[in-house]
Design a protein around this ligand. Sequence first.
Ligand code: KIV
Length: 273
Amino acid sequence: MSVQSAIKRKTAPDILARKGGDPIVMLTSYHAHTAMLVDKYCDIILVGDSLGNVMHGFETTVPVTLDMMILQGHAVIRGSKQALVVVDMPFGSYEASKEQAFHSAVRIMKETLCGAVKMEGGARMAETIEFLTTRGIPVMGHIGLTPQSINTLGSFKAQGRSESDWAPIENDARAVDQAGAFSMVVEAVAEPLGKRITEIVKAPTIGIGASAACDGQVLVLEDMLGLSPWAPKFVKRYGNLGPGIEAAIQDYAKEVRSRAFPGPEHVYGMKKS
Ligand code: KIV
């Protein structure tokens, strides 16, 4: 007998249908407790490979593995109910061939139960995107600045600052769109180019340091919460959690050192925070 859950999650086709409509709200999350909070307000939760920077302290996303993505993807699924969960394909898990991408994406989808995967790259990934989407795997594209290519790019700088640089990025957007991606992240491109890409593709664009004209926005949760020690310049901080957490840890350390902390009668059992 099949079990149907009472609350239906958003799907890739639901997101595709939002083109030109209400802006799509997307944030990253890598674990169950933040997923629970993000899920209340977001259409999409991205289990981004930025977890390499945020959770593991790597300088780039290059060292992130498929196993890391699967572990955190599953945690986010357990913590959320209604948002579409998209899991990033990490560097080295999809670029070699469309077959390699298919096998990696199938592992991600079977082992996390997420609703879609995301992969970086424009025209060079079009054949792979088509291969996956025609075999039941919804793909979110990622064009503009593609952080996994840091070693060939040399730096994390905005793309398409001058109009003469637009053509290859527009070409990437068209290729990903025609290959069947249900949406695409557009990262760190000049504002007018973000607007232009949004106009020329049928898939919703989700900007990060792109343009308010995109069909939605994504940010790294810890960056917008003010928890990351540093964040890209374009990120607006909606919280200042870093100093708040540090102050709480300082209070705790002070209490423990002065033996002022509560005894076991106060700490057994659970209370809702
Ligand atoms: O890994 C990530 O968090 C991302 C976003 C920055 C779009 O890819």
